[in-house]
Design a protein around this ligand. Structure first.
Ligand SMILES: O=C(CO)[C@H](O)[C@H](O)COP(=O)(O)O
Length: 219
């Protein structure tokens, strides 16, 4: 009988463009578009630049996925549609919001043939909430410890383990202070996507940091 070797799915690297000026972000993206799979229009970047950021990056970088980190809490259909119409492949909604907002975002992603990621910041009961989210149609989860929680010493490592165990159907990304010296701890847990913001943007040489992180994530 013919044996079939299953090729492992390639892990992706997502660069979170958060606290960076618009023109500097474009210059950095030009240098690293071959190493980075997904460009995230970070929440502060969107607050400063709006959907212009999504429109510009989706035009300039057609070979990279563009994620709008909108962290939607309400008006799910309207806000998700804004990102998809602007050219985003993915947007984000907060997992702690009400189920109706989650459903509206899921429906809108399906309508536009795009992806929705649920951000896990402040989900205190992942064992209950993750299966509930998946029952609402969620298929992508961003395991995330935010910048302010990071300043209290939190990391997403234990959340990733818990959510991996609780999730039956979802693609998992992980974010929260990941850097070159810690990325291996995440890679061995085999998330689908590793997200890095400050670990690249605040490095002495951001382009070199992105390339080194990509070598680990893609290995
Ligand atoms: O969504 C975010 C903050 O809310 C960041 O984009 C995410 O945490 C990744 O950045 P960093 O690697 O600096 O934590």
């Amino acid at each position: 009988m013919k044996s079939i070797t299953r090729k492992a799915k390639k892990m992706k690297l997502q660069l979170a463009l958060d606290d960076i000026q618009f023109d500097d972000a474009i210059e950095l993206a030009k240098k690293v578009s071959g190493s980075v799979d997904i460009f995230e229009m970070g929440t502060p970047f969107i607050i400063e630049n709006g959907m212009r950021s999504v429109r510009t990056f989706s035009k300039l970088f057609p070979n990279n996925e563009i994620l709008a980190d909108t962290k939607i809490m309400d008006a799910g259909a309207y806000e998700a549609a804004l990102t998809y119409i602007a050219g985003a492949d993915d947007c984000t909604v907060m997992g702690i919001t009400d189920d109706q907002t989650i459903k509206e975002c899921v429906k809108t992603a399906q309508k536009y043939g795009k992806r929705l990621f649920v951000d896990t910041i402040c989900i205190s009961n992942p064992t209950e909430r993750i299966p509930k989210l998946e029952a609402l149609g969620v298929r992508n989860i961003s395991v995330h410890v935010g910048v302010d929680q990071q300043s209290l010493g939190e990391s997403p490592l234990s959340s990733l383990k818990k959510i991996k165990a609780a999730s039956k159907k979802s693609c998992l990304s992980v974010a929260g202070g990941i850097k070159l010296d810690t990325v291996n701890q995440y890679r061995v847990l085999e998330p689908d996507i590793v997200i890095v913001g400050g670990g690249i943007l605040h490095a002495d040489d951001p382009a070199q940091a992105a390339q080194k992180l990509a070598a680990v994530v893609h290995s």
